[in-house]
Design a protein around this ligand. Structure first.
Ligand SMILES: Cc1cc2nc3c(=O)[nH]c(=O)nc-3n(C[C@H](O)[C@H](O)[C@H](O)COP(=O)(O)OP(=O)(O)OC[C@H]3O[C@@H](n4cnc5c(N)ncnc54)[C@H](O)[C@@H]3O)c2cc1C
Length: 373
């Protein structure tokens, strides 16, 4: 199961993962499911950063053949999400709220190609048809694209399910333990250093989200991963007034079945400052009312911001750090980390265990020639 060239000490972990967001936790879960002894360390609590803050929009898979590695990767994730959700529910009793709610995307808002380039199930509806489907939306929004297979997940619940699943498979979950350095021996990492421990292992994975470059700088590597702030306003109504995710350019309204509505989001280069601003929240609230007039009356429950791990070309970095045998990275998922987490966890598990890769990783290599987006 594990790469044969490594000699494992029975006390040490086979794999140490740095970063307990959706990427680190999903990879830990898949590794542990195949019998690997995994330890995962987070500087704070598990799943409380970008992965908690996101909206949980899961774009549909394409129906036709994928045209490139990224589309293949997206399709794998879209297909895996409902199965993984069910598996986690059965193992932990936590329902992550996976729901194939469908979506409607405003053509006026310059439909965001990235979300649906791979799908062939696009149906353009005129205004009357859109309003028949969703009577709560405003007049004057014009044509909309109907995305019947678009789904959503409730991030905090998904992270709770993943953390519980890891715990039940014996993953060592070490919260409040920031990693601040790596011990190098030749072309291998031998250990990670935290304030309270030096942990050796056979394999290491950095899944530090927006903080990944800070970690990698310790070994002289810089991928160009930067924090990109996204703000969200959470509204509530006693009962839902629309059921499908509404997309307007790069902004959106995500209705939950219990009457909560997430309104997001911004893309801001503000470093590691994670606060909300009156200007951005004001704009999001104005958009919400413009798309669904009855939201004028909604209760503003709370607002938050998260730091997406932005990469220079918008694609994640997935692979082994050049010059090392046992040091890997899965980071830089920008706007799609929740969505891409099942495929990421699978392929990183395969890479770490020396298995055949289900998706080629050249397009995501750490030393790829990056075309800036
Ligand atoms: C507002 C907003 C909306 C979004 N909407 C969507 C969406 O609809 N769909 C979607 O797919 N994606 C969405 N995303 C993006 C998605 O949330 C991210 O791509 C994803 O969460 C990245 O996961 P991660 O595990 O890499 O990072 P994170 O969740 O940030 O996890 C990284 C972890 O590493 C830990 N860490 C960092 N440094 C150290 C250290 N030195 N030692 C130990 N631990 C460390 C951190 O504490 C953190 O827990 C959204 C993001 C935001 C902010």
């Amino acid at each position: 199961m594990l790469k044969t060239e490594h000699c494992y000490n029975s006390d040490m972990a086979d794999v140490v993962i740095v970063g307990g967001g959706v990427i680190g936790l999903t990879t830990a879960y898949f590794l542990a499911r195949e019998g690997a002894k995994v330890a995962i360390l987070d500087k704070g609590d598990f799943g409380q950063e970008s992965s908690w803050a996101g909206a949980g929009i899961l774009p549909p898979a394409g129906v036709g053949a994928a045209r490139n590695a990224y589309e293949h990767f997206r399709d794998c994730s879209a297909r895996m999400f409902p199965l993984l959700s069910q598996e986690l529910r059965e193992l932990t009793g936590v329902d992550n709220g996976y729901l194939r709610s469908g979506g409607l995307e405003s053509v006026q808002g310059n439909a965001d190609d990235e979300w649906h380039a791979a799908t062939e199930r696009l149906q353009v509806l005129d205004e009357a048809a859109s309003r028949k489907l969703e009577p709560g939306i405003n007049a004057g929004l014009g044509k909309m694209i109907f995305l019947g297979d678009m789904a959503q997940v409730r991030n905090p619940r998904h992270l709770r399910a993943l953390t519980a699943a890891c715990g039940s498979l014996g993953v060592e979950l070490r919260a409040g333990e920031p990693v601040y350095d790596f011990v190098r021996k030749g072309n291998k990492i031998d250990a990670v250093r935290t304030s309270s421990a030096t942990m050796t292992a056979g394999e290491f994975l950095v899944a530090g989200g927006a903080w990944s470059d800070e970690l990698l700088e310790r070994v002289g590597v810089r991928l160009g991963i930067v924090p990109i702030r996204g703000q969200i306003a959470l509204l509530s109504l006693p009962a839902p007034v629309f059921r499908r995710i509404l997309l307007h350019g790069r902004q959106y309204l995500v209705p939950r079945p219990d009457g909560l509505i997430l309104v997001g989001s911004t893309e801001e280069l503000t470093g590691f400052r994670k606060h909300t601003t009156t200007e951005a929240i004001g704009e999001l609230l104005a958009l919400a009312q413009r798309l669904v007039p009855s939201l004028n009356d909604a209760h503003l429950q709370r607002c938050w911001a998260g730091l997406r791990p932005g990469s220079p070309d918008g694609l994640p970095f997935l692979g082994t750090v050049p010059g090392y045998d046992n040091f890997h990275v899965a980071a830089g998922h920008f706007r799609s980390g929740i969505f891409l987490s099942p495929a990421t966890g699978t392929v990183m598990k395969e890479l770490i265990l020396g298995q055949k890769l289900s998706v080629p990783l050249e397009a995501f290599a750490l030393d790829r020639r990056v075309k800036r987006g």
